[in-house]
Design a binder for this molecule. Structure first.
Ligand code: NAD
Ligand code: UFG
Length: 336
């Protein structure tokens, strides 16, 4: 039985599908602060069987311990957390509480339950401003915002944990830019409020929920002047978690990038989405967003070598799947 924290969220619901499809049993916990319980009903519709769901906050150590014990959990995939960069600067304590204290409580419950296999969702944001590209796992770590610092603190905390008890099996996954949706169009990203990220925003413009996209700067040192990111299909990202679980048969701490190795500019994403949706995406060029870098792109070779995993889906597929989800669910899970 795998415990999936943040299991009702965007990446969580896709990881849940991957696990169920691979034959694992899953118990998902979530406090639903940024998600909808309906996502897991959709997971059941796709997989033909349901994950167990418990409405639990990871900061509630007793409740987490009870789930671990009662469900016979053998490994934890930990995705629960807050992830809005701007909000983390405005309200850093909430981020430290959720992401750092939350992980401390989770680990404490795991120690008590003697569950010592943990996969943690970190982020490429821990690299900060690239000093060289593409970003490999040895690149210096210098996050530029509180959200990124919570991820780095947890990474360091988990390494200290392993140094103190060397029977832990820990996988630290640095995600690049997840986008897209399951091919069924039944689960996808359903951000509450105005999306912070490019692809959900573009999708909401395409569907008519927002009038236009603001492109944050077209004067970067890139071929078309707009920022370049490593967009990875969320289904490929979810598959990466299975490879990591298989890899964690030996004790140790393992840190790996999950990206594609190929970057797309904001304008390329807009054009790919226009092609996928058959709609035009009105946009205007605005000032650069504070803290943005010109290019953020993974070196995914360590993942390929050690996990025998690499992303398979193209940007066109990502936009087509994201659009399929958006079209079927114009108001996300609130349509239900
Ligand atoms: P999401 O908000 O859709 O999912 C996170 C889930 O965690 C939500 O369902 C939320 O309700 C839940 N949650 C938050 N705090 C909780 C708490 N204290 N107790 C229990 N549940 C709680 O976000 P996502 O995009 O699916 O991200 C999942 C993880 O991946 C996060 O840790 C995020 O930081 C990380 N990540 C995401 C991205 C991205 O661009 N989406 C990039 C890098 C890393
Ligand atoms: N962008 C726009 N307009 C928007 C939103 C984004 O032009 O309305 C541009 C950004 O300036 C950037 C690109 O689109 O050039 C991607 O921006 P996102 O906000 O989608 O993604 P980021 O790369 O800034 O950050 C994301 C997550 C972080 C995570 C990081 C990992 O938000 O949490 O990817 O690489 F850490």
């Amino acid at each position: 039985m795998i415990l999936l924290t943040g299991g009702a969220g965007y990446i969580g619901s896709h990881v849940c599908i991957a696990l169920l499809d691979a034959g694992f049993d899953v118990v998902a916990i979530d406090n639903l602060c940024n998600s909808n319980r309906a996502s897991l009903d959709r997971v059941e519709a796709i997989c033909g069987r349901a994950p167990v769901f418990r409405h639990v906050d990871i900061r509630d150590e007793e409740a987490v311990f009870e789930v671990l014990r009662a469900c016979g959990v053998t490994a934890v995939i930990h995705l629960a957390g807050l992830k809005a960069v701007g909000e983390s600067s405005a309200d850093p304590m909430t981020y430290y509480d959720n992401n750092v204290v939350g992980t401390m409580r989770l680990v404490s419950a795991m120690k008590r339950a003697k569950v010592k296999t943990l996969v943690f969702s970190s982020s490429a944001t821990v690299y900060g401003m690239p000093t060289y590209l593409p970003l490999d796992e040895r690149h210096p770590l210098a996050p530029t915002n509180p959200y990124g610092r919570t991820k780095l603190i947890v990474e360091e905390m988990l390494k200290d944990l392993y140094r103190s008890e060397d029977d832990w099996r820990i996988g630290i996954l640095r995600y690049f830019n997840p986008a897209g949706a399951h091919e069924s169009g039944l689960v996808g990203e359903d951000p509450i409020g105005v999306p912070n990220n490019l692809v959900p925003l573009v999708a909401q413009v395409a569907i008519g929920r927002r009038a236009k996209l603001r492109i944050w700067g077209n004067d970067y040192d890139t071929p078309d002047g707009t920022g370049i990111r490593d967009f990875i299909h969320v289904v490929d990202l979810a598959a990466g978690h299975l490879s990591v679980l298989r890899h964690l048969e030996q004790p140790g701490v393992f840190t790996v990038n999950l990206g594609t190795g190929s970057g797309s500019s904001v304008l390329e994403v807009v054009r790919a989405f226009e092609t996928a949706s058959g709609r035009s995406i009105p946009y205007e060029i605005a000032d650069r967003r504070t803290g943005d870098v010109a290019i953020c792109c993974a070196d995914p070779s360590f993942a390929q070598r050690t996990l025998d995993w690499k992303s398979a889906r193209s940007l066109a597929q990502m936009c087509a799947d994201h659009w399929h989800w958006q079209l079927k669910n114009p108001d996300g899970y609130r349509d239900i």
